[in-house]
Design a protein around this ligand. Structure first.
Ligand SMILES: [Zn+2]
Length: 328
């Protein structure tokens, strides 16, 4: 490119910025260098997990661009950010996180990026579960946990998801007041869909006798779901809120015994975790493993462009698979 041409383009871009500034949100970026104007003057949002990114797309609609950091089927508990992630955050107007300590890498990354915008913690106001499952019976103890830890898998209760999208709407509207009415309308529509998801889940589990609603999962991702739909938590293959722990031989034997004693019918594998240990335990206990295409979305969503690539689709999938696996 010739120098003169480049100068012209730069001048045109600057002029466009000034023009956009004139009709835009009226903030202080008209002098250029503003970080909240992505192409087309849409609000540039970085969202950490697939779930939160999907929420932002639903609430932001056409008025935002969303950069999703964690791709589908990637374990969020031990995520390590890339240089591209740092770049995306430094170009963003706002960063939206799931919260409750799920994104252990985020604070450091924000600092490295020199990001000065606002961080929306979508978990604000959600009633948190303590780490581990409160089971009166013996069996698996949560000895792997650091006592005070809270369960970060809040989105599996659709009512918590409603709080999350309301927080996101508030954050988007604050960053881009010109589009606040659109965000509010999107929030209303999407919240109605979350209410419907919750009602559908309730109706699906109502068909299964209470004493058959027994769940063995791959890791402890479904505490909020279990609480909401009154399931019984029997145990998990990875007895931990993150995915780092392993069962000892004794715990493995205990889990096998508990599966047999409770008449649990299946172990549910997860899309973002290898099903190997689940298969070994199921073999010993003589129950089936539900995996492959039927694996649950515990920490992630399905591939982009598929129905399960959205929060609503993934949660519908989970309920269908669990209800079928429990003999519904
Ligand atoms: Zn998890």
């Amino acid at each position: 490119m010739k120098h003169g041409q480049r100068t012209f383009i730069a001048a045109a871009a600057a002029a466009a910025l000034v023009l956009l500034g004139g009709c835009g949100s009226g903030d202080d970026n008209a002098a250029g260098g503003g970080s909240d104007a992505s192409p087309g003057n849409k609000l540039a949002v970085v969202a950490t997990t697939p779930e939160v990114a999907d929420f932002v797309r639903n609430i932001g609609g056409n008025d935002v661009t969303v950069t999703q950091i964690i791709k589908p089927n990637v374990d969020p508990h031990d995520y390590e950010p890339t240089p591209a992630d740092i770049q995306a955050i430094s170009n963003a107007a706002i960063v939206v996180k799931s919260g409750v300590g799920l994104e252990k890498w985020l604070d450091q990354t924000i600092e490295s990026a020199g990001f000065k915008g606002s961080v929306v913690d979508s978990s604000q106001g959600v009633a948190l579960r303590e780490g581990g499952h409160e089971e009166g019976e013996s069996g698996q103890e949560e000895s792997e946990h650091e006592g005070e830890e809270h369960d970060p898998h809040i989105w599996h209760n659709p009512l918590n998801a409603k709080t999350m999208v309301a927080n996101i709407e508030k954050g988007l509207a604050a960053a881009d007041p010109a589009h606040a009415a659109a965000f509010a309308g999107n929030l209303k529509n999407y919240s109605a869909q979350l209410d419907k998801l919750d009602a559908d889940n309730e109706a699906a589990f109502a068909k299964i006798p209470a004493d058959q609603r027994k769940l063995v999962t791959n890791h402890d991702a479904f505490g909020y779901y279990i609480d909401r739909y009154k399931l019984q938590f029997v145990g998990s293959v990875i007895p931990s809120l993150d995915t780092s722990a392993e069962l000892s031989a004794q715990q493995l034997n205990d889990l096998v015994a508990k599966i047999k004693a409770t008449g649990t019918k299946a172990i549910f594998a997860e899309s973002s975790l290898p099903p190997k240990s689940a298969e070994a335990i199921a073999n010993q206990a003589g129950v089936k493993v539900i995996s492959g295409e039927d694996a649950l979305f515990g920490d992630s969503l399905g591939a982009e462009g598929t129905p399960e690539g959205t929060y609503l689709g993934a949660e519908q999938h989970n309920t269908q698979v669990i209800v079928a696996g429990l003999g519904g």
